[in-house]
Design a protein around this ligand. Structure first.
Ligand code: R7I
Ligand code: MG
Ligand code: MG
Length: 353
C-alpha cells in the first residue's frame, strides 16, 4: 500500500471510532424521545459547533463503554478472546454501572460474574427464556472488530458474531452485529473522493447477508431472511430520494432497541445523508448523518453511533468537525484506540505504520 493510502486508512480508522463516539454522546440526550424536532436539533448542533460555546462535556453511554472493552481486548490479545471480553464487560459495568445499559443485559453480567467466566456464552443463551436477546447492544459496539479485520472478510463475519454472542444469543441480535460490522468494513474499503454509489452499497450488503442468513434456514422462522427484507426496504426508500417522510422511515425501518429495527435504519441514515436533507442545514455529510439519525427519535444514541461509525469510516477523521469532537467525553482515549488498532493491522499486513 502506498504511503498516501495508508495515511488515508489511518484517518478512516480514527473516523470510525470517533464517529461512533460522537453519535453516542450527541445522541444520548434525546434517547427515547418519539421524534426530535429538526429545528431544535439544528440549534443544538450549531451551538455545539460554535467557536465560543464551552458547554459541559457530553457523557458517553454503554455503547461506548462496551466498544472500549472490545478495542482494549483486541489490542491486548491480538485476537478475539470471548472469555477476556466477558471479563472486561463485567468489570466495566460493575465499576461504572450508570451508563444507560439495556435492562436485561445486566443479568448476563451478573451470571458471568457468578459462574466465574467458565462459559462466556452460557448466560447470554439463557436470556428471554432461552431465545437470547435481540437487542442492538452487540451491533452498537462492534466497530473495533471491523477495524481489526480490515484485511479479512471471513474473519470479520465470524469474529463479529462471536463478539456478539457473549451477550446476544438470538440470531437477530448477533446478525445485527454482523451486518453493522460489514457496513463499516465496506466504508473502510471505499474512497470518499470517488463518490458513493448508494445502490451498490445496499446491494452488496444484501448479497452478503444472503450468505449469512442461510445459516438460519433450519430455525423455522416466519421470515427466514429478516435483514435482507429490511435492507430491501432501505433500498426502496433510497430510490425515492429526499421526499420520504421521517414517519415513514420509522414505520418501515424502525428506530427502537431491537437490532432488526435499528441497524438497517443506521445504514439508511448514512446513505440518505449523501444528499441534502430538508430541515438540516450543513454542508458536512458526516454531521448531516448524525443530525438526521437523531431526528428520527427512539434509540437515538445507538442509531447515531452506528451511523456515525459507518460514516466516519467512509469520510475519515478529517471530515469530522473538531468543535463537535471537543464536546465528547473520552475523545482522546478513543482516538488512541483507533491509532493503536491501525498500527496493529498495519504490522500484520506490512503496511507502512
Ligand atoms: O441489547 P442491549 O445491550 O441494549 C442496548 C440498548 C442500546 O440502545 C443502549 O444505548 C442501551 O440503551 O440499551 O440490552 P438487552 O437488555 O439485551 O436488550 C435491550 C432491550 O431489548 C431489552 O431490555 C428488551 O426490552 C428488548 N429485548 C427483548 N424483548 C423481548 N424479547 C431484547 N431481546 C428481547 C426478546 O427476546
Ligand atoms: Mg446507550
Ligand atoms: Mg441506545
Amino acid at each position: 500500500m502506498a504511503l498516501a493510502e495508508s495515511i488515508l486508512l489511518a484517518s478512516k480508522f480514527r473516523g470510525c471510532l470517533v464517529g461512533a463516539l460522537l453519535g453516542d454522546c450527541l445522541g444520548a440526550p434525546y434517547e427515547a424521545e418519539t421524534k426530535v424536532s429538526k429545528i431544535v436539533l439544528q440549534k443544538y448542533f450549531d451551538k455545539l459547533e460554535g467557536q465560543y460555546f464551552k458547554s459541559p462535556v457530553k457523557p458517553y453511554t454503554d455503547d461506548t463503554a462496551m466498544t472500549k472493552c472490545i478495542a482494549e481486548s483486541l489490542l491486548e490479545h491480538k485476537k478475539l478472546d470471548a472469555s477476556d471480553l466477558a471479563k472486561r464487560f463485567v468489570k466495566e459495568y460493575f465499576s461504572d454501572p450508570r451508563r444507560g445499559y439495556g435492562a436485561n443485559v445486566v443479568d448476563v453480567f451478573r451470571k458471568l460474574r457468578t459462574q466465574k467466566f467458565v462459559d462466556p456464552f452460557g448466560p447470554a443463551r439463557e436470556q428471554f427464556e432461552g431465545s437470547g436477546s435481540y437487542g442492538n447492544g452487540a451491533a452498537m459496539r462492534v466497530s473495533p472488530v471491523a477495524l481489526f479485520c480490515h484485511d479479512s472478510y471471513d474473519e470479520l463475519v465470524s469474529m463479529a458474531r462471536v463478539s456478539a454472542e457473549v451477550t446476544h444469543a438470538n440470531h437477530l441480535g448477533f446478525n445485527g452485529a454482523v451486518l453493522q460490522a460489514i457496513a463499516v468494513h465496506q466504508s473502510l474499503h471505499l474512497n470518499a473522493k470517488e463518490g458513493l454509489d448508494v445502490t451498490s452499497f445496499v446491494l452488496d450488503l444484501i448479497t452478503k447477508m444472503a450468505a449469512i442468513e442461510k445459516d438460519d434456514e433450519g430455525l423455522g422462522l416466519e421470515d427466514p431472511t429478516p435483514y435482507q427484507t429490511q435492507l430491501k426496504h432501505v433500498k426502496e426508500l433510497l430510490d425515492r430520494g429526499d421526499g420520504v417522510e421521517d414517519a415513514e422511515v420509522v414505520r418501515q425501518l424502525g428506530n427502537n432497541v431491537a437490532a432488526l429495527f435499528s441497524v438497517p435504519t443506521a445504514i439508511y441514515c448514512f446513505l440518505r445523508a449523501q444528499e441534502d436533507i430538508e430541515g438540516i442545514k450543513t454542508d458536512n455529510p458526516f454531521r448531516r448523518t448524525l443530525q438526521y439519525a437523531i431526528s428520527l427519535g427512539g434509540d437515538t444514541d445507538t442509531i447515531a453511533s452506528m451511523a456515525g461509525a459507518i460514516a466516519g469510516a467512509y469520510y475519515g477523521h478529517g471530515a469530522i468537525s473538531e468543535a463537535l469532537q471537543r464536546h465528547c467525553e473520552l475523545l482522546s482515549e478513543v482516538v488512541k484506540y483507533a491509532e493503536d488498532l491501525y498500527v496493529l493491522v498495519a504490522a500484520q499486513s506490512n503496511v507502512p505504520p
